[in-house]
Design a protein around this ligand. Structure first.
Ligand SMILES: NC(=O)C1=CN([C@@H]2O[C@H](COP(=O)(O)OP(=O)(O)OC[C@H]3O[C@@H](n4cnc5c(N)ncnc54)[C@H](O)[C@@H]3O)[C@@H](O)[C@H]2O)C=CC1
Ligand SMILES: O=C([O-])C1=[NH+]CCC1
Length: 349
């Protein structure tokens, strides 16, 4: 099957990379490396000989009344490396992700993911369609991997040599994103977390995830909590991945002296999961300033900078502050580099 698809591609027809193949080709190290390139490119819109650069427009939202929404996410990333796969070779990618969000899908029999996606890749010199890459698993992994990048640069890197790695990870919301974030955090930062707290509005889903993770990470203590405030109480690193339109916790619910939060879910807006006092007292970082002008418009926080600036060491977490927040939204540059990562790995199979 894969051979036939490659053959067609050799005949100049677009390649189709299906979900099962995408799943086999995903790895946390490759994703983190590729996404660091995308996040650095997001900070630079000017073409330059040695730096990754990008152009993107705000994504569009087409509502399907009472059901869900279709988003179109076009973006271009120029002159970037995929170090772990192609070394110092530079890539340019023009891509558009089409992604639907239908929150009722989990109630179908059999259930479907709420977020379903397809990424179209175009030849960046001619505009001709080059590949169609299933984007559902990519969206799950890339969102978690961007949180890994934020956690690595804003929290982990200054603590990784501490002798006792007894950090607690808390996940609020154990749907597709909560699950993949738990797996990503525990795999990419091995032996860093000794405890995992899980909370979900429907408790049985958190119990189901606990049972799965017990098998994958033996030795890890996993607690299922009855409410979101108990879940984050003793946490060092937190992920919120819900559709909640009201805050899940506030500053006073956090006991540790230093806490990093990845807020990735969206209710009425992208910043509805955290109480205002968290945004107003912490260092807040985002993926791209485009977000501030569009979907984060009105966020009542001083946004310190883009994660790409943190990677380039032009911005830092202020360690005297108790809290750092990575306010995630997702963007087209991330999907473009991820589609190309899978494409590059696929053509080398
Ligand atoms: N920042 C980004 O790049 C991305 C963000 N997302 C967002 O992440 C969130 C989770 O997505 P998935 O895990 O794929 O969805 P899912 O449908 O698999 O899980 C949804 C989760 O939200 C919880 N939930 C729903 N309404 C709630 C409420 N009112 N209060 C508390 N919990 C509630 C559910 O119990 C479940 O745990 C969504 O808001 C989605 O739009 C998804 C993909 C990318
Ligand atoms: O970036 C993304 O793909 C999405 N953000 C929210 C729903 C899907």
């Amino acid at each position: 099957m894969e051979r036939d698809e490659k053959q067609q591609h050799d005949n100049d027809e677009p390649l189709f990379i299906r979900e099962a193949v995408v799943k086999e080709l995903l790895s946390w190290n490759d994703c983190v490396d590729a996404l660091e390139s995308a996040l650095v490119a997001a900070t630079n819109s000017n073409k330059s000989a040695d730096k990754p650069f990008s152009s993107q427009t705000p994504r569009t939202f087409t509502p399907v009344p009472g059901k869900g929404v279709l988003l179109s996410m076009p973006g271009f990333i120029g002159n970037y490396p995929l170090q772990t796969v192609t070394g110092n070779e530079r890539h340019s990618t023009l891509a558009c992700k089409l992604v639907t969000s239908f929150s009722g899908n989990s109630k179908l029999n059999p259930p479907l993911p709420s977020i379903l996606a397809t990424i179209l890749m175009f030849n960046a010199d001619t505009g001709r369609l080059k590949a169609i890459v299933d984007g559902t698993e990519i969206t799950a992994w890339r969102t978690a991997a961007v949180s890994l990048v934020a956690t690595k640069h804003l929290y982990y890197s200054s603590r990784r040599f501490n002798s006792s790695n007894d950090y607690t990870l808390a996940i609020c919301g154990t749907g597709a994103q909560g699950r993949i974030h738990a797996i990503g955090m525990l795999t990419y930062f091995p032996n860093f977390f000794s405890k995992l707290n899980l909370w979900n509005r429907t408790k049985s889903r958190a119990v189901k995830l606990r049972d799965e993770l017990n098998k994958l990470f033996p030795g890890l203590t996993i607690a299922v909590l009855d409410n979101s405030t108990d879940c984050v109480n003793d946490a060092d690193v937190i992920v919120t991945a819900t559709n909640s339109s009201t805050p899940l916790f506030g500053k006073n619910d956090l006991r540790k002296s230093s806490v990093h939060i990845n807020a990735i879910g969206a209710g009425t807006n992208h910043h509805s999961e955290l109480a205002l006092d968290i945004y107003q007292s912490g260092s807040v970082f985002i993926e791209s300033n485009l977000g501030i002008q569009t979907e984060l418009k009105g966020i009542e926080a001083y946004v310190k900078g883009e994660i790409g600036e943190v990677i380039k060491d032009e911005q830092r977490r202020d360690n005297s502050e108790k809290i750092s927040v990575f306010q995630s939204m997702g963007n087209a540059l991330e999907d473009g580099v991820m589609a190309n990562l899978i494409y590059q790995k696929f053509i080398r199979l």
